[in-house]
Design a protein around this ligand. Sequence first.
Ligand SMILES: Nc1ncnc2c1ncn2[C@@H]1O[C@H](COP(=O)(O)OP(=O)(O)OP(=O)(O)O)[C@@H](O)[C@H]1O
Ligand SMILES: [Mg+2]
Length: 484
Amino acid sequence: MNDVSAQVWVLDDEKNITFVIRAMLEKAGYSPVVFNDSAQAIRELGKATPEVIITDLYMPGPGGMDVLEYCKTHCPQVPVVLITAYGTIEAAVSALKQGAFDFITKPFEQTELLSVVQKAVQTYRQRQKEPVFIFPENGAQDRASSSQAPAGLGSPTPSTIVGNSPQMQEIFRMISKIASTPSTVLILGESGTGKELAAFEIHRLSPRASKPFVKINCAAIPATLIESELFGHEKGSFTGAIASKPGRFELAHEGTIFLDEVAEMPLEMQVKLLRVLQEQEFQRVGGIATIKVDVRIITATNRDIEAEVKAGRFREDLYYRLNVVPIRLPPLRDRREDIDALLKFFLQGFNTKLGKQITAVMPDVLASLRLFSWPGNIRHLENVIERMVVMCEGSVLSLDDLPEEIPHILASPAELQADESVDKEPVSFKDLVKKQTQFVERELIEKALEESAGNITRTAEKLGISRKGLQIKIKELGLKRPID
Ligand SMILES: Nc1ncnc2c1ncn2[C@@H]1O[C@H](COP(=O)(O)OP(=O)(O)OP(=O)(O)O)[C@@H](O)[C@H]1O
Ligand SMILES: [Mg+2]
């Protein structure tokens, strides 16, 4: 049978239920992985992908709807089946509208469960074979909306910042709020998270947009030259100063200066920068004239600058001057929901640049990209996509195009850490029937007890069994003994 050994995840805090479902699935030849803790299952989803997820609707911690929501962004090809209790049909129907594959109502029959799972596995496998279209099938690609920095100073920086994640939406809100102010901004974030892009965006949205955006990389300039780079020099002020030259601060007059990798600035230079910030004026190296400029300062670093301050490598007073408005760009692995939009954005760019017509991506490529940890963040993703576009011969990116450094997500289901607390003993059919029976009994008794407000006599009448019989059952099933 085709779907034998399909990996099916079962999420329910009730061990009785996961026990029964797992046994049913194993009997039918599937490979169930059971989680009694939904939060753990969600963490595992970041590392591996099942073919189907069966989840209870109500659980402590994340519930079935949270699991569904997570799957929609992280593994939308995986069908999610919800287990709902009798009486929560409305919730189930709304779950279907939210994209759940199907639901089963407790107590359910083995055949019902297996038929839903079989359909779900087929759906998953079908989805795996079909490309996911990134652009409309007619090939019409919406125009890239990137604009370029004003020609002249600084490297041209595309100004489109892509990101739908809540974290990026928050960053956009910050950027548009601070753009209109002259405040100093410190941008923090790992390498490749878009610090330079954010700095330019602040400038682009500011009243200074028509004036220069001047960038200086403090790590790339020898310590001896930083002062003259920033503030300029007069002819003959040092060996090699054959002509007078304005510094970047002068060039940025009325515009924005972007001091990149500011944590790399030598300490003696930090003192000078601090003085300029305090006094709002400076002299060129070897010059006597006092120069006043109107410049907005944005700085960035990928270092833990607070640690640099503590270690005495970065002046505390300068840190407070620069850190008026901090912006922290989150690493890509913390906002994976942006990956799809970035993929689309970069694909569009590289299609144009490399003269290609790639319109779709295979689901396993998509899943691999979504699950990778991206240590080099967005720059890393951008490079990988460029490489794939170069490699790809048709119009669909497939696993063959994916660089080896990106692991195939389905490659290692064996590494999966399922709940260790889950009982692993093999089940006989007799056990299975017994468990299922107990499960149904438990539901019925609990319901009857509830309806009779815990009164044993009335509950027994309702169920059509003796009072004594009910008491035995309650003990056997380990039900909470109501006050008699
Ligand atoms: N949100 C985004 N949307 C689109 N492109 C982005 C985004 N963030 C970054 N990029 C692109 O990723 C690359 C790296 O961005 P950028 O140079 O701004 O990062 P950085 O944080 O300054 O990195 P580093 O610390 O290495 O200097 C650039 O090509 C940039 O255009
Ligand atoms: Mg940078």
